[in-house]
Design a protein around this ligand. Structure first.
Ligand code: COA
Length: 164
């Protein structure tokens, strides 16, 4: 059984993330989308909200599950008996950062391998922060995220604007 982890903050999950998860699910028997707490990033959505949106976005993929996690990624991977981390590479600018993280994760867990999947051209420029910025400015984000993610963004920013 080949089980992989696709980790991220997913604040929120985009079509770019879904592309990587879908392709990972075609390569592996089982994929766990690991939604990191990432407190240092001060996420817009809570951990449970991010995991819930990721669950809904991947509901059509039978061998994909979603789990929130805190702490070290390699520890989470080991706890799930997964030996492969799959990450998306969008542009050359991702490389240095991803290289550093892959090297650190290798140091922390030599039994765990990082594998990269190249993003297709249409998602090379996409990121959650770009989607958040557009949504915060009331610009449509439907071409970048699932309809329920767009709605959740709209509601979140409406709530923030009204001070809720
Ligand atoms: N398509 C679209 N966007 C993508 C993408 C893709 N394929 N891959 C990454 N992104 C974007 C994200 O949307 C995010 O955008 P933003 O920062 O503009 O909002 C950005 O790339 C970074 O992604 P993120 O999900 O935050 O991942 P990361 O590469 O920074 O790593 C973890 C997050 C969870 C994997 C990492 O922080 C981690 O492992 N944390 C656990 C603690 C730990 O083990 N630390 C040591 C590890 S080195």
């Amino acid at each position: 059984m080949k089980r992989a982890i696709t980790p991220g903050t997913f604040d929120p999950i985009t079509h770019g993330h879904l592309d990587v998860i879908t392709r990972a699910s075609q390569l592996m028997d089982e994929v766990i989308v690991a939604v990191a707490a990432s407190p240092g990033k001060n996420p817009l959505f809570s951990l449970e909200e991010r995991a819930d949106l990721a669950r809904r976005a991947t509901a059509h993929l039978p061998n994909v599950s979603v789990e929130p996690f805190e702490g070290l990624l390699v520890d989470f991977a080991r706890s799930r008996d997964a030996r492969v981390l799959i990450k998306g590479l969008r542009a050359i600018t991702d490389f240095e950062y991803e290289f550093q993280m892959a090297a650190l994760n290798y140091e922390l867990g030599k039994d765990i391998e990082t594998v990269f999947i190249m993003s297709p051209p249409q998602y090379m420029y996409l990121s959650s922060s770009i989607v958040r910025e557009l949504a915060s400015l009331n610009s449509p984000v439907d071409q970048f995220v699932a309809p329920f993610v767009a709605k959740a963004l709209q509601e979140k920013y409406a709530g923030l604007r009204s001070g809720c």
